[in-house]
Design a binder for this molecule. Structure first.
Ligand SMILES: [Fe+2]
Length: 275
């Protein structure tokens, strides 16, 4: 038994869809309530759908009873404040899990590389059902910001950087691809992130929006990139050392984090940098 997956995402794990006319809509993301959830302060979320309809953004599996990232319950107050965004989330007609607006403060390329992570959307998801993927609808106009994707976490040659102007619509297999957003600038970026179950509804919605699964990134200056990789690695080393100092050795002794340590690290990175 395996999961139902979308052929559109087979080759690269991402699909860039037709852009949405975002400018014509009101800025509903300024009217919703944001919650501080295990956050560094650089990232906040406003839930439109949560595990049981409460104003919170925790993973669905962290509730009683736990559930997989499906059958999200609409959060009445934020749905009332953001009816257009709610309609957009519902437009594909697929089962929705977490649905929330992210507020991301400006960061650097090195920050984003440090924050690269994979999601855990399919925890508790029964085999034989649809694989959970995520749609990102960029709300603010951030043409100089990019969604960084990597097939291999430490291999820059696998990196794709997708620009995020207002209305950009991207669907990602976020449990396959490492991802994080690099958001230079001076104002926060807002984006609607929705977990969808793969199946005929999502397939039809995506297929009708001219999905592109190969994108050629604007090249980075090699020196700039190398400096950023070094900075990110230094932060990872410092974090591993901090974890080690707290007690349990999280490494194999060569600086490589054990699986448990990496899971904890990536879960933290997901919270801090959820793209
Ligand atoms: Fe993520």
């Amino acid at each position: 038994m395996d999961y139902t997956k979308l052929p559109i995402l087979d080759a690269t794990g991402y699909a860039i869809l037709d852009s949405y006319d975002q400018v014509a809509d009101p800025q509903e993301w300024l009217d919703v309530e944001y919650v501080d959830w295990k956050s560094s302060g650089d990232t906040r979320f406003a839930p439109l759908a949560s595990a049981y309809g409460d104003m919170e953004c925790n993973g669905f599996w962290n509730h009683t009873p736990p559930k997989t990232d499906k059958d999200g319950v609409w959060v009445a107050k934020n749905v009332a404040a953001a009816p257009i965004l709610t309609r957009r989330a519902q437009e594909p007609g697929a089962n929705i899990g977490r649905c929330r607006i992210i507020e991301l403060q400006p960061n650097t390329y090195a920050d984003a590389i440090y924050n690269l992570h994979r999601d855990d959307n399919n925890r508790l998801n029964p085999e034989g059902t649809g694989w959970i993927v995520r749609a990102f609808f960029n709300l603010t106009d951030n043409p100089d910001s990019v969604m960084i994707l990597r097939e291999e976490k430490d291999d820059p040659s696998t990196e794709t950087r997708i620009p995020l102007p207002a209305g950009a619509q991207v669907v990602l297999d976020t449990q396959r691809l490492y991802h994080a957003v690099w958001h230079p600038g001076s104002e926060p970026r807002y984006c609607l992130i929705t977990s969808y179950e793969s199946g005929p509804e999502l397939d039809a919605w995506m297929s009708g929006r001219h999905p592109i699964d190969r994108f050629t990134s604007v090249p980075l200056d090699p020196t700039f990139a190398a400096d950023a990789y070094a900075e990110a690695q230094a932060k990872r080393d410092a974090r591993a050392a901090a974890i080690a100092a707290q007690g349990a050795d999280p490494t194999f002794g060569d600086g490589t984090l054990r699986a448990g340590g990496m899971e904890e690290y990536e879960a933290t990175a997901e919270v801090l940098s959820e793209a």
